[in-house]
Ligand binder design. Structure first.
Ligand code: NAP
Ligand code: ZN
Ligand code: ZN
Length: 359
């Protein structure tokens, strides 16, 4: 082997990452090692400092959404610092504070990619975990010490935001910001947020900062004090039938963040004429819709998935400008399995964030 060849091999070497993941659908998460692809000319290598725990990590890893390539290394609320950049990278430099959300690539050619909505890439965007990237390498998420990502899918974390509380913005933040913007949240609009978990608490903060009137619809009044502190104007329990009479026909927009099946018809009844109920919650079961609750008041039942890279950057800048970040409980790697159970028990206040130095 010539010297040139061996240098080329070194320059294109993959790197081994410490990670935490599940070897099978029913297995607890455990320490694992994975290979990250070699740094390409447009790639950024990021030392991951923090990673949020999204309920999607659980749906995915447990196989609730379909087949999973194990081992599964979840995590798509990544905040860290750039360690190294490829030769053609222009946007980032070592030391920059950056984030990665739910996608790490897209086809870049379809109609939606062309208009900057790569989250809706027609052949499918490349997920941060559980996908195969365009170069054929499997993607693994942020429960790991570093990640290699094309610079076009990296976000800049504004100076005013600490990395730990910024991490959840990369999924919970953008997933609620995008429908709030799309359906025109703002002054004079009445918005309800169903479920006060990771997404729900961000929806409350963001809708309030946009100037809307915000109401939380939670299973009980257990977290009412928190909800009001987060900025909600009203807080009601969905376990109380009176809630559905009292609030009938009240809202312009309802953002449903619930991770389980709900009786959608009851919630549609809370919308005004022309109101929209947008599902961001992603339970594996279908949600049956009684059509009369839609057609009699020309209501819409819609869905929304994360947000584009451009909109994610806009959301991060909006959060920095308005002093908004996630309410978090910082945990070490050995607490991940317990944290997952607490998410399943609706006992999260309001996002678990892994300190990746403990992996
Ligand atoms: P989370 O922190 O667990 O919050 C979900 C909340 O829903 C819970 O805190 C609870 O709020 C409520 N809830 C849970 N089980 C319920 C039940 N059986 N009946 C009624 N309410 C229930 O989860 P998350 O991380 O915010 O994620 C929420 C959902 O959004 C998940 O399905 C996730 O996969 C999905 N998601 C979708 C996107 C997207 O792009 N569309 C992105 C991220 C996440 P209360 O205690 O207040 O009732
Ligand atoms: Zn998520
Ligand atoms: Zn595309």
């Amino acid at each position: 082997m010539t010297e040139t060849t061996s240098l080329a091999v070194t320059a294109s070497a993959t790197t081994t990452a410490r990670a935490f993941g599940a070897p099978a659908a029913t297995a607890p998460l455990e320490p694992l090692q994975i290979e990250r692809r070699a740094l390409g000319p447009k790639d950024v290598r990021i030392d991951i400092k923090f990673c949020g725990i999204c309920h999607s990590d659980i749906h995915f890893t447990r196989g609730e959404w379909g087949e999973v390539p194990y081992p599964a290394i979840p995590g798509h609320e990544i905040a860290g610092v750039v360690a190294e950049v490829g030769a053609d990278v222009t946007t980032y430099a070592p030391g920059d504070r950056v984030g990665v959300g739910c996608m790490v690539n897209s086809c870049r050619e379809c109609e939606n990619c062309a208009k900057g909505e790569e989250q809706y890439c027609l052949p499918g965007n490349t997920g941060t975990y559980g996908s195969v990237d365009r170069d054929g390498t499997p993607t693994y998420g942020g429960y790991s010490d570093h990640v290699v990502v094309d610079e076009d899918f990296v976000l800049r974390i504004p100076d005013g935001l600490e990395l730990d509380v910024a991490a959840p913005l990369l999924c919970a933040g953008i997933t609620t910001y995008s429908p709030l913007r799309h359906w025109g949240a703002g002054p004079g609009k009445r918005i309800a947020v169903v479920g006060l978990g990771g997404l729900g608490h961000m929806a409350v903060k963001l809708a309030k900062a946009m100037g809307a009137e915000v109401t939380v619809l939670s299973q009980s009044l257990r977290k009412k004090e928190d909800g009001l502190k987060l900025g909600a104007d009203g807080y009601h329990a969905t376990s109380d039938d009176a809630t559905f009479d009292e609030l009938a026909g009240r809202f312009d927009l309802i953002v449903n963040t619930v991770s389980a099946k709900l009786e959608i018809g009851r919630f549609l009844g809370l919308l005004k004429t022309d109101g929209a109920l947008v599902n961001v919650g992603a339970p594996p079961e279908p949600l049956p819709v009684p059509v009369f609750s839609l057609l009699l008041q020309r209501r819409s039942f819609a869905g929304s998935a994360i947000g584009s890279i451009r909109e994610t950057q806009e959301m991060l800048d909006f959060c920095a400008e308005h002093g908004i970040a996630a309410e978090i409980e910082r945990i070490s790697a050995d607490q991940i399995n317990d944290a997952w159970q607490r998410v399943l028990d609706s006992d999260v206040r309001y996002r678990f964030v892994i300190d990746n130095s403990t992996l």
